[in-house]
Design a protein around this ligand. Structure first.
Ligand code: NAD
Length: 422
């Protein structure tokens, strides 16, 4: 059994509890266990920035390198007022397991800056990004650590990271970050990749459960990069999107949304999602997860499905678009309800998979067609889904623990080959 997290809402403890259980089930050798339990490096930076009003503010930022065993570190940069070192630690560990589940040659990292981007001007965000990058310039790089966007950061932020790093090393180095604009070394298909990956694994899951797209009602919490792209692609594929939420609240409409119009409302017109005209019943952002549906995709923030509410999930399939939306303590309740879980380290791995393609293309200086990107993504998502489900069946564990076991095993094999440098 998992070592229960002492504090259900500490995502580092949640991540550890799953690691512990998977390591135990694998019978991981004590030396390998000890090595993998700890991150490789944790960096704290203090970022002095002159605000638009002329005053100076010092922001705190982190970068955690969890593992370099299978390749350079890879992981997003989050700008959010709730960033903590524990959160960044957990997210960095998840990146290690995620890259290993989909078998791409990266270790895991994550970064974050404690700030509220909704209250900062573009100029202030640019200055935070550039100074954060400058402070980390010796620790990042195409062969060291390759950041990407996450909550509160986007293609523009990545362009600033790329430019700042390039100024420091005195040559343009597009492969230092992924999730860049298309005309600056970005990859076709990267913007849609995480949502597309969700669609691909959901297709696999409904096929296993004998369900049809047209009869599958979907609720999506979070309408940013992951949520809105998943909504658009799933709508185009024939799924019925009956619930959606952003930070301002949620809408539930059993008839299904006009998804292109909803995306235009939120992403183009920049309006709060719950104000979408004639959208349906208004609910809180969290409450929408517990409405009638067949498939639920939490694609916003952590700790949404907990011991307090897991029994109320009505979906047959839980596809974790966000990182850590279900607490480890709630896993048991979800299992007992017989919900088919596509765990975060598999479900949202489409993003890092196409980031890997972007890094490869930047290093080749040769860019692929979108159809080629999507085809390679499909290979990765479908084969990884199948491997996780097979692993779960062979070892008699749930899909989440199977994904961890598969990942830990892959890292352990690489570590055994490399050995421990004294
Ligand atoms: P984003 O900043 O583009 O969008 C976040 C969305 O969540 C917004 O719609 C926001 O309004 C909403 N939101 C924020 N707080 C909320 C709350 N409390 N309740 C409901 N909605 C809330 O971020 P994103 O890139 O879409 O990332 C979302 C999640 O997916 C994060 O957990 C992130 O780590 C994970 N993820 C992202 C990617 C990627 O490629 N962007 C890849 C893998 C995992």
């Amino acid at each position: 059994m998992a070592t229960a997290a002492a504090n259900e809402f500490n995502i580092y403890e949640s991540a550890e509890a799953r690691f512990e259980e998977a390591a135990k089930r694998l019978g991981l050798a004590p030396d390998l266990y000890k090595y993998m339990k700890y991150p490789n490096k944790e960096i704290t930076v203090y970022i002095p920035v002159t605000l638009d009003n002329g005053r100076l503010e010092v922001f705190v930022g982190y970068r955690v390198h969890h593992s370099i065993v299978r390749g350079p570190c890879k992981g997003g940069i989050r700008f959010d007022k709730n960033v903590t070192l524990d959160e960044v630690r957990a997210l960095s560990a998840w990146m290690t397991w995620k890259c290993a589940v989909v078998n791409i040659p990266f270790g895991g990292a994550k970064g974050g800056v404690i700030c509220d981007p909704t209250k900062l001007s573009q100029g202030e965000i640019e200055r935070i990004t550039r100074r954060y990058t400058a402070e980390l310039s010796e620790w990042i790089g195409p062969e060291r650590d390759v950041p990407a966007p996450d909550l509160g950061t986007n293609e523009q932020t990545m362009a600033w990271v790329m430019d700042t790093y390039s100024m420091h090393v005195r040559h343009t180095t597009t492969a230092v970050v992924t999730g860049k604009p298309l005309d600056l070394g970005g990859s076709r298909g990267r913007r849609e990749a995480t949502g597309r990956g969700c669609l691909m694994v959901c297709d696999r899951a409904i096929a296993r459960l004998g369900m049809k797209r047209e009869q599958t009602r979907v609720i999506i919490q979070g309408f940013g990069n992951v949520g809105s792209m998943a909504a658009m692609l799933m709508h185009q594929a024939g799924y019925k999107i009956v619930g959606a939420a952003d930070v301002f609240g949620a809408l539930y409409n059993e008839k299904g949304f006009d998804v292109p119009k909803l995306i235009d409302w939120v992403s183009v017109q920049k309006k709060p999602l719950p104000e979408f005209p004639a959208g349906g019943t208004k609910l809180s952002s969290q409450e929408v997860l517990f409405q009638p549906c067949d498939l639920v995709i939490p694609a916003a923030v952590e700790n949404q499905i907990t011991t307090q509410n897991a029994s109320r999930v009505q979906a047959k399939i839980l596809c974790e678009g966000a990182n850590g939306p279900t607490t480890s303590a709630a896993d048991k309740i979800i299992d007992e309800k017989g919900i088919f879980v596509i765990p975060d380290i598999l479900a949202n791995a489409g993003g890092v998979s196409v980031s890997y393609f972007e890094w490869v293309q930047d290093r080749m200086g040769f860019f692929w067609r979108e159809s080629e990107v999507n085809e390679r993504l499909r290979d990765i998502m479908e084969s990884s889904f199948d491997e996780v489900v097979r692993y779960a069946e062979t070892h008699g564990v749930n899909n989440r623990i199977a994904a961890y076991m598969l990942a830990i095993d892959r890292v352990a094999v690489a570590l055994k080959h490399r050995g421990i440098y004294a």
